[in-house]
Design a protein around this ligand. Structure first.
Ligand SMILES: *Cc1c(COP(=O)(O)O)cnc(C)c1O
Length: 425
């Protein structure tokens, strides 16, 4: 069967033919590729076509796909059983690794996804502060729980709108959605609603509106204002955790949040999520405290085994220097080629995360990212895909480089990109 045939079958039995919306290729046209297997920097679809992969399962595959040592750790774990519904030693080992690597985390709870982690973080912030409202930023994605599916209104400080049907108006009233990188609007919001704001949740480097870096002063202002108003600062590092650096974005900007959410890399490709923070806050989670949270498969032994092995392997000396050099080579290369053809394309990166923007200047907010040339991105994406390079299928998604992307693979990518840029120019 080819990709189109199986997609048509998928459409009959799965809404939209996919189990997560961005996989449907709606932003880029055409049918999604059904991937059969992946190894290192490569994926193969069911037609046997090979791709250099720059999505990496949306972040987890920081060591490349199917790293032999991760596969071995998972295989050994599987032989002992898949799930017990009891505590296991592996969970304690993984928790200890995470607590030791990220200074702002004293205690951590494992869940099954990033969505669960952020949903729990919000409840914990509300339970701890006894306040109701939350602040988030336009273009940041924090999973698909009700409170977090609210987009900005028409004005900078007008009430937001649900970004999904099925989200009640009452949730919208408690979620304030502001512009990223705009400290003064945050100040205004706190001036108006501060006494009832439980937390700010933010992607400390945004990776879900393409990659958008924060201004350092912006993150510092969030730390300052939440402290001043006795609200909590939540860094959603589901994407950036162990991807942009060994201590996530908080290590890069040297800012200590009250709560951190993690997922993706810490599961090494298996389903996992985590909420960590100060002891004083974490003790409010059940069964120690009164903020309820639970999960049948939480801390699943197989996922934990994959996570521990991945975290061990990325702890090797110079891992992030080498990873950054690869991403730098790719993004600077792309920028140089585009420039030589007078195309308005630019790029940015941090660690193994990158942004490729079809606009003149690197965007600093969702609004700016929205003004890039999405039509040109679409053409570039499809040309690259045909030539065997798999980029994120949306202009609002970031790109991912793994340690398995060799210099040679990156050079090959750049030469393909040169052809694709020529084709669309
Ligand atoms: C991916 C992501 C999530 C959601 O994680 P899931 O595991 O897909 O539920 C939340 N926050 C950020 C920043 C993410 O990138």
């Amino acid at each position: 069967m080819n990709n189109t045939e199986i997609f048509n079958k998928a459409l009959e039995v799965i809404p939209g033919g996919v189990n997560s919306p961005v996989r449907a290729f709606l932003s880029v046209g055409g049918n999604p590729r059904f991937i059969e297997k992946a190894s290192g920097a490569y994926m193969w679809d069911i037609e046997g076509k090979k791709y250099i992969d720059y999505v990496g399962s949306w972040g987890p595959a920081i060591l490349g796909h199917a790293h032999p040592e991760v596969i071995k750790a998972v295989s050994e774990s599987i032989k002992k059983g898949l799930s017990f519904g009891t505590p296991t030693k592996g969970e304690v080992d993984l928790a200890k690794i995470l607590v030791s690597r990220i200074p702002s985390i004293d205690k951590i709870r494992l869940v099954n996804s990033g969505t669960e982690a952020t949903m729990t973080a919000i409840r914990l912030a509300r339970g701890y502060t006894k306040k109701n409202k939350i602040v988030k930023f336009e273009g940041c994605y924090h999973g698909h729980s009700d409170s977090l599916l609210v987009k900005a209104g028409s004005g900078l400080l007008t009430l937001g709108n649900p970004s999904s049907s099925g989200v009640p108006e009452s949730f919208v009233n408690d979620t304030i959605t502001l512009q990223y990188n705009n400290s003064s609007i945050v100040e205004e919001a706190f001036y108006k609603y501060g006494t009832d704001i439980a937390c700010i949740i933010v992607e400390p480097i945004a990776g879900n509106m393409n990659m958008i870096k924060p201004k350092k002063e912006f993150l510092e202002s969030l730390r300052f204002i939440t402290t001043k108003y006795h609200s909590l600062l939540i860094f959603d590092e589901v994407m950036t955790g162990f991807r942009v650096g060994p201590q996530g974005a908080q290590g890069i900007f040297n800012i200590s949040p009250d709560i951190t959410t993690l997922a993706k890399v810490i599961g090494g490709g298996m389903p996992i999520g985590a909420i960590g923070g100060k002891k004083e806050i974490m003790k409010h989670l059940s069964p120690e405290g009164t903020v309820y949270q639970a999960g049948t498969l939480s801390g699943n032994p197989v996922a934990v085994a994959a996570g521990i092995k991945t975290l061990e392997l990325i702890d090797e000396k110079d891992f992030y220097i080498n990873l950054s050099n690869k991403t730098k080579k790719l993004t600077e290369g792309l920028q140089k080629i585009a420039k030589s053809m007078n195309l308005k394309v630019t790029s940015d990166y941090q660690g193994g995360l990158f942004g490729l923007y079809f606009c003149e200047k690197i965007p600093t907010s969702f609004e700016e990212a929205s003004k890039c040339n999405h039509e040109m991105f679409k053409q570039f994406f499809n040309s690259m895909l045909n030539k065997g390079v798999y980029l994120s299928p949306s202009p609002f998604e970031a790109g991912f480089v793994s340690s398995a992307h060799t210099d040679e693979i990156i050079e090959q990518t750049l030469s393909i990109a040169e052809d694709s840029f020529k084709e669309i120019n």
